[in-house]
Ligand binder design. Structure first.
Ligand code: SF4
Length: 353
């Protein structure tokens, strides 16, 4: 029985990896720059489009290499907000989601780094679906390329690694994708407009600070108290808050960036007076701002345990909470819920294909 040859996937290779690839197949290294440009700048669908490569090389690549890693299987747009959700197939029955969030001054693409997520945060639909696999750098980048082809590349101004998965548990692929995105040819989006979120993998925050890639960090805080974080974010038992705060201070110092603290408002759990005091103390110790996020229902997932008991803080209490923080000179944004009608809002990404 003839075993089908496995093709080399080029999408996701950095320029130096592409150079090594072309050397390994007996081609001149400068071809790597041409293919890098075709893949990441022109978003080529097919090797035949790469007109400045000799025909013999285009044929050779078509036989031995792959360009795309993902297939678009569905997309849906919210009638009320224009939020657009894409469902992509990442092979072997793994499906992932990406979301475009339109706002008045920017359009943000939210991308996934894992199919599912192992961290089991109790307020998050992705956590409830469990972990399937780490995405490759190519699968991370293809979310941008496929969305840009559909939505209009010039319309995507920001990228956030806040979709399915914990980015820093897929560190190597995330780092390669940041390196590729940070090339202006690829996206035209500078690292200042790219944010990596984390639930708190302290040693990897430090490693990212030392990588030289100055993306912004959004830290999923959700409580300043370890006992509450332990309950709603089990990863806190492994990397308690103090370890993460030390790593975030180092990140901010090393990269010169401000940390965003993400804070999902949960009634009676993290919206009390003592939570305000603790947030003021924390934010006064590190260059930062806070995003207050209304909790989105997980009812479409039929959750059990703590997740079934979680309730959203009322809009009025969120506003009061924000005002009290602002009165202490803390920068606070209250996020509007976008895309909950298509299960594309924060914490709702989970594919049931
Ligand atoms: S909030 Fe993020 S880290 Fe936590 S379970 Fe959901 S996807 Fe994973």
């Amino acid at each position: 029985m003839k075993i089908k040859d496995v093709k080399t996937v080029l999408k996701g290779m950095t320029l130096s990896e592409l150079k090594n690839y072309f050397i390994s197949i007996g081609e001149p290294p400068f071809r790597s720059e041409q293919v890098f440009n075709w893949m990441y700048n022109h978003h080529a669908d097919d090797f035949r489009q790469m007109e400045n490569l000799p025909k013999s090389l285009r044929n050779k690549l078509a036989e031995t290499a792959e360009l795309f890693t993902l297939k678009t299987v569905d997309s849906e747009i919210s009638g009320s907000t224009g939020t657009k959700k894409y469902v992509f197939s990442a092979g072997e029955k793994n499906f992932i989601e990406s979301v475009i969030i339109p706002e008045s001054k920017r359009n943000t693409l939210c991308i996934s780094t894992q199919a599912g997520c192992p961290l089991d945060c109790k307020f998050c639909a992705t956590g409830l679906m469990g972990f399937k696999k780490n995405l490759t750098a190519g699968e991370i980048i293809d979310q941008y390329i496929l969305a840009a082809k559909d939505y209009g590349r010039e319309k995507i101004s920001n990228i956030v690694y806040m979709g399915m998965g914990e980015p820093l548990l897929n560190y190597t692929a995330v780092l390669s994708s940041l390196e590729i995105f940070s090339d202006e040819l690829t996206t035209g989006i500078s690292l200042k407009k790219i944010t990596v979120s984390t639930a708190g993998i302290a040693p990897k925050i430090t490693e990212l600070a030392d990588s030289g890639l100055k993306a912004k960090i959004a830290f999923s805080l959700h409580s300043c108290f370890d006992d509450i974080r332990d309950r709603i974010m089990p990863i806190n038992k492994k990397y308690p808050l103090q370890k993460n705060i030390e790593a975030l201070k180092y990140y901010s110092r090393t990269t010169g960036t401000r940390i965003t603290f993400e804070y999902v408002m949960l009634k009676g759990i993290n919206d009390r007076k003592e939570d305000i005091n603790a947030l003021v103390k924390l934010c006064s110790s590190i260059p930062s701002k806070i995003n207050l996020i209304p909790f989105n229902s997980l009812k479409h997932m039929n959750p059990g345990g703590i997740s079934a008991d979680l309730e959203p803080t009322s809009q009025q209490r969120i506003e009061e909470f924000a005002d009290k923080l602002r009165s202490k000179n803390i920068t606070v944004m209250v996020r509007f819920t976008q895309g909950d009608d298509i299960a594309a809002a924060c914490g709702q990404l989970a594919v049931n294909y």
